[in-house]
Write a protein that binds this ligand. Structure first.
Ligand code: HEC
Length: 135
């Protein structure tokens, strides 16, 4: 066993874990509410902050957020929700501003519609919804 190589590998794994932990730590915690559903809890948030650009008419990134089916289907790039894993869902990273690319921060910074960043409580509710299976 090459000791130098092992130390390097361990070091790299450690850095990766640290980076992952840091990104997850930046996410607001999931809400403790149980039985969270799209229809009752999530749709109103998306309607107020997302559907202007992700609705029926020319949806940005071909992503519609005006129905549960559409959100689960995702964008032209693919899925944005991993049911059961909110921390790894692009939807959550984009509203929490933890993606590397700030073009994915949603709603876009300085958007003309004047739509503001979601509150930590709203992000926590979205996390709870996804962690509970995105029903
Ligand atoms: C003012 C318009 C606007 C609003 C409001 C908006 N978006 Fe977006 N959204 C965009 C644009 C434009 C893109 C494409 C960005 C790009 O690809 O560079 C995008 C892309 C995305 C993507 C990335 C899709 C992919 O696969 O790359 C996600 C996820 C997303 N939006 C979620 C949301 C959520 C959630 C909200 C509400 C909290 C929201 N957006 C509100 C304009 C908007």
């Amino acid at each position: 066993m090459n000791i130098k190589k092992s130390i390097l590998t361990l070091g790299a794994a450690g850095l990766t874990l640290t980076a992952l932990a840091a990104a997850t730590a930046k996410l607001p915690p999931a809400a403790t509410k149980t039985g969270v559903t799209y229809a009752t809890d999530i749709k109103p948030i998306f309607e107020a902050s997302c559907v202007k650009c992700h609705g029926a008419e020319k949806p940005k990134a071909k992503l519609r957020m005006d129905s549960l089916e559409a959100v689960l289907k995702g964008s032209k790039e693919g899925k944005i929700v991993k049911p059961g894993n909110s921390a790894e869902s692009l939807l959550v990273k984009s509203v929490a501003h933890t993606t590397e690319d700030d073009e994915q921060w949603m709603p876009p910074l300085g958007n003309k519609a004047g739509i503001k960043k979601l509150t930590p409580e709203q992000i926590g509710l979205i996390r709870a919804w996804i962690d509970q299976g995105a029903k």
